[in-house]
Write a protein that binds this ligand. Structure first.
Ligand code: T3D
Length: 253
């Protein structure tokens, strides 16, 4: 259901219900929540990559697992801790969108720090197709990532958002060919795993929090976080490496 392995400092989490297009059900969400907690705790993990098995990233909510009473507040109770865990993770999180990412599957990808996608993949908000509103974080992340106008357009029409549109909108960092997609996405994540982990974590916090800040608040928060980054071993190594004209060897501390 969820396959977990480590490669090159990256904790790879593979949504693995390929026969159902990796649709999300309570068991898969619970496994994902546990895996994210473990990735946060494990000091050897320097980045996380979330991807899907087979031809989908995730087709969203398992529509066969919708409870008869359609108590969506209860269903969403399984999603909220997963989205919060992705957002809180103090390590780079990459969604490697190997195939369709629809509905709550797209929401999962939006909650990652960065997204890369395969040439044959597409996003689809999908919620409107079943008469629902965006959830699992989509209403929070999508307008912040691509602007309210485009987010509304996508949520109303639920088009297939392919690589070109996704890249133009700033939704994805890179598009890789379908053949060799996993390896290319892993190399992208591995590069982040070799970086200054604490500085990434502080940058993530800084950028998101300062979206809501005044200028003076933002400047003060930058100073606070720079003080924290400046106290890391990786900063000292970065300075040393510059002076010694060599590549830095960051340890994530
Ligand atoms: O509580 C809450 O509020 C949380 C709610 C979240 C809401 C959502 O996530 S709403 C959006 C839910 N997702 C969708 O509406 C997408 C539904 N799926 C599709 O539109 C298509 O399946 C795809 C575009 C993803 C792929 O199409 P295609 O033609 O490549 O494949 P397919 O034949 O449709 O799907 C393959 C199998 O996966 C098929 O099963 P079968 O016939 O081989 O036994 C299909 O039923 C199954 N499948 C696909 N999506 C889902 C699914 N099974 C359960 N839930 C799915 N979401």
């Amino acid at each position: 259901m969820l396959e977990v392995h480590d490669q090159a400092g990256v904790r790879v989490l593979v949504l693995a219900r390929p026969e159902r297009m990796n649709a999300l059900n309570p068991e898969l969400l619970s496994a994902l929540r546990r895996a994210l907690k473990e990735a946060a705790r494990d000091g050897g993990v320097r980045a996380v990559m979330l991807t899907g098995k087979g031809r989908a990233f995730s087709a969203g909510q398992d529509l066969e697992a919708v409870p008869e009473d359609r108590d969506y507040a209860r269903v969403l109770g399984d999603y909220i801790p997963v989205i919060e865990a992705l957002f809180a993770l103090e390590k780079p999180v990459v969604a490697a969108v190997n195939g369709v990412a629809a509905g709550a599957g797209m929401s999962l990808a939006l909650a990652a720090d960065l997204r890369v996608m395969a040439e044959g993949a597409f996003f689809s908000p999908a919620f409107v197709r079943v008469g629902l509103v965006p959830d699992a974080g989509m209403s929070y992340f999508l307008p912040r990532l691509v602007g309210v106008g485009r987010a509304l357009d996508w949520c109303y029409r639920s088009p297939r958002i392919g690589p070109e549109e996704a890249r133009t909108a700033g939704l994805v960092s890179k598009v890789f060919p379908d053949a060799g997609f996993f390896e290319a996405a892993l190399a992208f994540a591995a590069e982040l795993a070799a970086g200054p982990t604490r500085a990434y974590a502080l940058t993530k916090r800084l950028l998101w929090r300062n979206l809501e800040a005044t200028l003076s608040g933002a400047l003060a928060y930058e100073a606070e976080n720079q003080a924290a980054a400046g106290a890391t071993e990786d900063h000292a190594e970065g300075l040393r490496a510059f002076l010694e004209k060599r590549a830095p060897e960051f340890k994530g501390r």
